[in-house]
Design a protein around this ligand. Sequence first.
Ligand code: ZN
Length: 293
Amino acid sequence: MSTRRKLHMRNIIKKALKASRNRKNSSYALVHHARSRMQIIVVLCISVCMLFIVCKTAVAEAIDQQNQQQKRVAVIIDDLGNNMKGTKEILNLPVKITVAVMPFLPTTKQDAMEAHNRGHDVIVHLPMEPKQGKPEWLGPGAIKANMTDEEVRAKVTAAIKDVPYAIGMNNHMGSKVTSDKRIMSIVLDVCKEHGLFFVDSRTNYWSVVPELAAKKGMPPVRNDVFLDDVHTLAHVNRQLSKVVEWLAEHNTCVTIGHVGVSGMYTSSGLHSSVPKLKEHAQFVGISDLVRDV
Ligand SMILES: [Zn+2]
């Protein structure tokens, strides 16, 4: 074979080898490229999944928080105005409550003013004749079943004027009077004339207040849980758990407690339950609930 032909052959082999190398490189690049794309798709899928989980959790948490904020609890404490046990402790509660102050008593004005200054709501706690019970439990200015229309009107008006900052009213005792349509109609009329609402304490199963209030276009606010119908701390704590149970089923809860015999138990139970209750609902004054009704 001539030298020229040898050179020609060598060039052909070189070209063939180069072409083969190039082919290998390009198929390697193709495989590598495909693998990279697969990896990117997997990483993207994982990222999307994680983003979805994070968003879902955040949305669930936000809804939870919104629900808790929407739920509201209004604590009403009755029987202030006579420097009864637990008054100072109740007024010191670090959350908004409502105090029901009895008229014409030694600390009526002092308690109402202090409550108002601390940001609590004040309502008149109007004594009303019960079916049973001693007359001396009623206190001054009580509404009795044998009073004339004029007498009832005058008593209710005087009571409202005696309690500073009062924005509403509820009844002290009153199992007899709250079932009397004639009297309760006058009581509600006087309240309405003064821009006050009436909270039915539900001391009487036969109370005519809800029906009359609805007819007169007044907000139907009533007590849901009694905190201290038995005078022990254990009972108050049990009732506070019932408030939490009630809030699981309802958006609002009105709960009534007292100063006096159970005052120290009620105030102590409330003080220690505030953080737990705050997890379930917002503490509001009764006026905040009434505004929405
Ligand atoms: Zn009372």
